[in-house]
Design a protein. Structure first.
Length: 400
């Protein structure tokens, strides 16, 4: 009978990564410094964002677990046989393929790298209860350390290579925004406008990054009442004259997310809506002026809150004013330590990347009803910030 191993190495083709090998070596060196400080022998990563950050490989789970094991000397991705050699071609370091012939070969593959009884770093915010039990059962760790907060802090500070990719992503988001604006007219459906923006961005990504994998770029284009939530899905609603619109483009490049968000109106805007729109634009400009080294997320949030309170609009705010960018998507990743919220005391530093995105949602039946949102991405620099979003905001350009 054909031998069916628990795991094997299947390496073929040329390796293509989003960044140079030296970039991943630097990230791993930073991780190993964290491990040494925490007394960790091996890290077992299970999240898409950390596996992609330290190896370059962005997995597609489809019900199967994936992993990355980092020790003092090794970095090994753990992938399912269904993907063949693709994970190896797209990762920095070694790769082991586990098979489906026996349940939990995934954990046996991890054990083959970590060995038993070691101090294991893991992601407590990602492991399910079931997989946490299996980690303990198979690896028999002498001690568990939640490594997720420290890795998040490492990811918050971007390298020059990351800044270059994020800058390119913001430019792609602008391309999508202009394509969307060109598609807006009465009678067109939300889905038709969204597809125009998505197609333009995917073509631009392929032009700029001919060796990348292409997936997950998307658009949320909302109109009328559908603008009330920032993450409301696209519908087939037809645009009408006087509609409030929300343009949201999200290019994905090798696991890195960027965004552009703008308020627009179709044909005309009533006085009440214009007042709210202009107030939100003013808050957006004020908020961007506050993003500089030494300012804390909570302090910035408090000042924008005061700005809205003075105008009796604070009750219409629905979420925080911005967040970090990097290895991030709508279904993985979150550098929650760098968000503009009342309960985040992180101090801004050069090399951080953060958005400014105030949103006001006025309920139906209220003058100016709808959701108003502007969104720019900013690099924190030595003496202030750099806004890398170039699509214009405000009524002068976005009354279409």
């Amino acid at each position: 009978m054909t031998e069916r191993p628990q795991m094997y190495r299947f390496h073929q083709g040329d390796r293509v990564l989003p960044f140079a090998a030296s970039e991943y070596d630097a990230r791993l060196a930073g991780l190993r410094a964290i491990m040494q400080a925490e007394g960790v022998d091996a890290c077992v990563f299970t999240s898409m964002h950390n596996i992609a950050y330290y190896s370059g490989f962005l997995y597609c789970s489809f019900g199967r677990p994936y992993g990355l094991v980092v020790t003092a000397t090794e970095s090994v991705t753990i992938s399912a046989g269904i993907d063949a050699a693709q994970p190896w071609r797209r990762c920095h370091g070694d790769n082991i393929t586990y098979t489906d012939w026996q349940r939990d070969n995934y954990w046996r593959a991890i054990l083959s790298v970590t060995g038993p009884g070691r101090v294991i770093g893991h992601e407590a915010d990602h492991l399910t209860l079931l997989q946490a039990q299996k980690l303990s059962g198979f690896l028999a760790p002498s001690r568990l350390v939640d490594i997720a907060p420290a890795t998040m802090r490492q990811r918050m500070r971007k390298s020059q290579a990351e800044l270059d990719l994020i800058r390119a992503g913001a430019a792609v988001a602008d391309v999508g925004g202009f394509a969307i604006r060109d598609s807006i007219r009465e009678g067109v459906r939300e889905i038709d406008v969204a597809m125009a923006g998505r197609d333009a961005m995917e073509l631009e990504i392929a032009r700029r990054f001919p060796d990348a994998e292409y997936r997950d770029t998307w658009v949320w284009f909302q109109s009328g009442i559908n603008t009330d939530g920032a993450h409301n899905p696209v519908t087939a609603r037809q645009l009408r004259r006087g509609d409030i619109l929300s343009l949201n483009t999200f290019p994905m490049i090798s696991g890195y997310y960027t965004a552009l968000e703008r308020t627009l109106f179709v044909g005309e805007v009533d006085d009440a809506s214009l007042r709210i729109w202009e107030a939100n634009v003013a808050a957006h400009e004020y908020g961007m002026s506050l993003l500089k080294p030494g300012a804390s997320c909570a302090e910035v949030t408090a000042k924008i809150n005061e700005f809205f309170e003075e105008r009796q609009l604070l009750q219409y705010r629905t979420f925080g004013y911005g967040h970090s960018f990097g290895v991030l998507s709508h279904y993985y990743g979150r550098e929650a330590g760098l968000e503009l919220r009342e309960d985040i005391d992180t101090v801004l530093e050069p090399g951080m990347v953060i958005s400014m995105e105030p949103m006001l949602t006025l309920p139906e039946g209220t003058p100016g009803a709808g959701g108003y949102r502007e969104h720019d991405i900013l690099f924190i620099t030595e003496d202030g910030n750099e806004d890398i979003t170039k699509y214009p905001y405000g009524p002068a350009f976005n009354l279409v």
